[in-house]
Design a protein around this ligand. Structure first.
Ligand SMILES: Nc1nc2c(ncn2[C@@H]2O[C@H](COP(=O)(O)OP(=O)(O)O)[C@@H](O)[C@H]2O)c(=O)[nH]1
Ligand SMILES: [Mg+2]
Length: 305
């Protein structure tokens, strides 16, 4: 299936929540008046568009406000443009280094957000483009039983080198070895981290320690510090993101599981509140369900019939 179709299918629930309900509201009286504007604002908020952004969008619509008959398509087009305007211009894709140094990608996020599978998907994409590129996985989630083995299975599938220590080992020690390995091999190093330690404080400390280890060995921060965010967690996810940003100065967000939520409007909230580029979005479990985020495509899929 082509990406456009996967995206369209993946956004089904949000599209129903957002565009279908709004179309219905506009159809009820064929008007765009105070009553309709209020309902549209509620619909936006229920799709996890934050209240300030929902208000802005509705304000833009109110310039079209009519007590007489309206053109539904025109109203939707205004809304669509408003959303596009807010999402576009911040897109960024993964850039690999072209010196002899490895590109180091630190992957963070809470448990179950999709860190390990996102690493696997990104590595599979890289592998498709370049069968010879050295790819290394660092199993720095040493906290959870099974995490190392899960990563190892993916390493075998995409032919990545796997740097692992025992469960319970110091994640920074794994990272130390992995960076040494990647410095010899070049290519790309993905660092899989734990999503939960005994406390949130420990988790952030651990990530900072990993970061420091990399700076020490490499002379620079990891080239990418990615946060994997589960779209179904809504506002809570945005609060998490802020803590991760403070800890490791994120360079990008990967928003997963958009297929599992009707609250995909959160993407606008993330864009506005975090001001960190959304680099990839996930709309399912297969590798082709993860794709670079392109605002125009996203909004077109959201408003498609
Ligand atoms: N439906 C859906 N599932 C996803 C997506 N991304 C990841 N998952 C699933 O989420 C679950 C947890 O992912 P995992 O990578 O193990 O999370 P981690 O704990 O952060 O490493 C797995 O079953 C993944 O297949 C997505 O975009 N859509
Ligand atoms: Mg994992």
């Amino acid at each position: 299936m082509a990406w456009a179709d996967r995206l369209r299918n993946g956004l089904e629930r949000t599209r129903t929540q957002l565009t279908a309900s709004i179309t219905q509201v506009l159809g009820q009286r064929g008007k765009l008046d105070h009553e309709e504007l209020e309902k549209i604002e509620e619909i936006l908020i229920s799709a996890d568009v934050s209240a300030p952004v929902a208000t802005e969008l509705v304000d833009e619509l109110s310039s079209y406000r009519r007590t007489g008959p309206i053109d539904r398509e025109e109203v939707l087009a205004i809304l669509k443009e408003g959303i596009k305007k807010r999402l576009s211009g911040h897109e960024r894709s993964l850039s690999l280094r072209n010196d002899s140094q490895p590109t180091v990608i630190l992957v963070a996020g809470v448990n179950g957000s999709g860190k390990t599978t996102t690493i696997a998907k990104l590595a599979a994409h890289l592998r498709e483009h370049d069968p010879a590129m050295p790819i290394t996985f660092a199993a720095a989630d040493t906290f959870r039983a099974g995490a190392i083995d899960q990563l190892n299975i993916w390493a075998d599938r995409v032919d990545a080198d796997m740097i692992r220590h025992r469960i319970g080992a110091d994640p920074s020690a794994v990272v130390f070895d992995a960076v040494e390995h990647a410095r010899r091999r070049g290519g790309v190093l993905f660092i899989d981290t734990a999503g939960r330690l005994h406390t949130k404080h420990n988790l952030m400390e651990e990530l900072q320690k990993i970061n420091r280890t990399i700076v020490k060995r490499l002379g620079r921060k990891p080239d990418e510090r990615l946060l994997i965010l589960d779209a179904t967690t809504g506002q809570n996810g945005i609060c998490q993101a802020a803590s991760f940003h403070i800890a490791i100065d994120l360079t990008g967000v990967v928003l997963t599981k958009l297929d599992g939520t009707s609250k995909g409007g959160a993407i606008l909230t993330i864009q506005k509140q975090l001001a960190i580029p959304i680099m990839y979005i996930g709309v399912g479990e297969s590798k082709d369900d993860l794709h670079e985020f392109v605002a125009d495509q996203f909004v077109d899929a959201l408003f498609s019939a």
